[in-house]
Ligand binder design. Structure first.
Ligand SMILES: CC(C)(COP(=O)(O)OP(=O)(O)OC[C@H]1O[C@@H](n2cnc3c(N)ncnc32)[C@H](O)[C@@H]1OP(=O)(O)O)[C@@H](O)C(=O)NCCC(=O)NCCS
Length: 379
């Protein structure tokens, strides 16, 4: 037993193969199906990226049109579902509400237990479409407003914006949200994707897998970090206070949220793209104070952390962009889920096609053996 090598946090462990994405952590590069992320962010759409992930190829114009049509058809939720979301406590975390809502949708889906590939594929598209509708409905209900029906004429990002805010987005806002969704759609074997596969490898249903993934994404070391970054900006309050705040945190050995990554030891390429958009937003719409605070934190923390391979990750600049799109801080992580659902379902389909082998690691046993049971009154 002493020879067992323990990989803490499963770091560096490969349990399967994937074609979906590749991260070059040393050079700060990310590819979906071999396409560099900046090319996809620049030229593609969330629908096309979702098709790419599910089908492992870029669609032709006809294939994309059919896929979009399918997504639009799957956007709507039954009225009774929305009514039940209205009963959720308003002070619960939106990720807890989202987790419950997706579970409810599964509960009422008569095909939930059908684990054939065809059914899994159909449910994947349904989940990719509905995650946005559910998130927007939960947001509106928490604000005491009525949910808005999807508009079939709008793109996925445009419609998501519309269902959240009640107004149609400008071309610029639509592109901004679309880029954010593309950047968050897939990221290898992260904690939530691994969780989804662990559940699905037991031959459980896809809703259970996605509900579990939402639970994993909720944590501040994973998807919840973007929310923490915004809270950090609010706590700092003034650009003048930023440098001192960072020095204090690092002296106390506290973590700077939105920095560091298990795989990237260089600047996260998604942070590079989001920083560009955050700067545009800051200049155009008066978010310059938040942006300035972030750049000071990046610089000051970087002096200590960059030499240790710790740089801003995707969550560092996303908050400024999200707030400009009318997304409240506690909805940052649900918006992440609206994007990552494509990666989760694509990995489930890929692993299922491979062999869906049960994921069952081991822990090295270090306890005592052959202990004698002592009756409770003699302990
Ligand atoms: C994401 C994260 C969990 C990955 O870290 P990891 O690979 O598990 O590495 P560890 O947690 O073991 O950290 C290694 C060292 O770097 C330090 N470190 C990592 N991230 C840090 C951060 N954001 N701020 C300050 N120190 C950090 C740790 O304190 C630790 O220091 P030590 O060796 O002196 O104890 C970590 O970087 C983190 O907590 N970041 C902040 C949360 C965040 O932004 N998460 C979103 C990820 S996309």
């Amino acid at each position: 037993m002493s020879e067992v090598e323990i990989k803490r946090g499963l770091e560096g462990v490969h349990f399967t193969e994937t074609e979906l994405s590749f991260i070059n952590g040393q050079e700060g590069k990310l590819y979906y199906l071999g396409y560099p992320i900046d090319q996809l962010a620049e030229n593609s759409s969330f629908e096309e990226v979702s098709y790419l992930l599910l089908h492992k190829k870029l669609p032709t114009a006809d294939e994309l049109a059919l896929f979009k049509e399918k997504m639009v058809k799957n956007r709507n939720l039954a009225v009774e579902k929305i009514a039940s979301f209205a009963d959720y406590p308003k002070d619960a975390h939106p990720m807890a509400a989202l987790r419950t809502a997706i579970s409810e949708i599964g509960l009422f889906d008569p095909t939930e237990e059908d684990t054939s590939y065809e059914s899994l594929y159909e449910k994947s598209i349904s989940l990719i479409s509905k995650m946005a509708t559910v998130t927007a409905a939960i947001k509106r209900l928490r604000e005491g407003k009525m949910p808005i029906e999807p508009d079939p004429e709008l793109s996925h990002a445009g419609n998501f914006y519309y269902m959240m805010n009640g107004t149609k987005p400008s071309k610029e806002q639509e592109k901004l949200l679309d880029v954010a969704l593309i950047l968050h759609a897939e990221h290898g074997m992260n904690a939530s994707t691994f969780t989804a596969l662990a559940v699905h490898s037991t031959a459980s249903d896809i809703y259970s897998s996605i509900v579990a993934a939402i639970g994993a994404l909720k944590g501040p070391r994973h998807g919840g970090a973007n929310e923490q970054v915004m809270r950090m900006v609010q706590e700092i309050g003034d650009p003048e206070a930023a440098a001192g705040w960072v020095q204090g945190k690092l002296a106390n050995k506290e973590r700077i949220m939105g920095m560091g990554h298990r795989v990237y030891k260089a600047l996260d390429p998604r942070a590079v793209i989001l920083k560009k958009y955050a700067e545009i937003v800051a200049k155009a719409h008066g978010k310059s104070k938040e942006y300035e605070i972030l750049t000071i934190v990046e610089r000051e923390a970087g002096k200590v952390l960059n030499p240790r391979g710790i740089y801003p990750n995707v969550d560092f600049f996303s908050g400024v962009v999200y707030s400009d799109l009318g997304i409240p801080t506690d909805f940052f992580t649900p918006v992440f889920a609206v994007a990552r659902i494509s990666g989760w379902t694509a990995h489930i389909l890929e692993y299922y096609r491979m062999d869906n082998r049960l994921l069952r690691p081991k822990a090295k046993f270090v306890g005592e053996l052959d202990r004698k049971y002592v009756p409770i009154d003699q302990r």
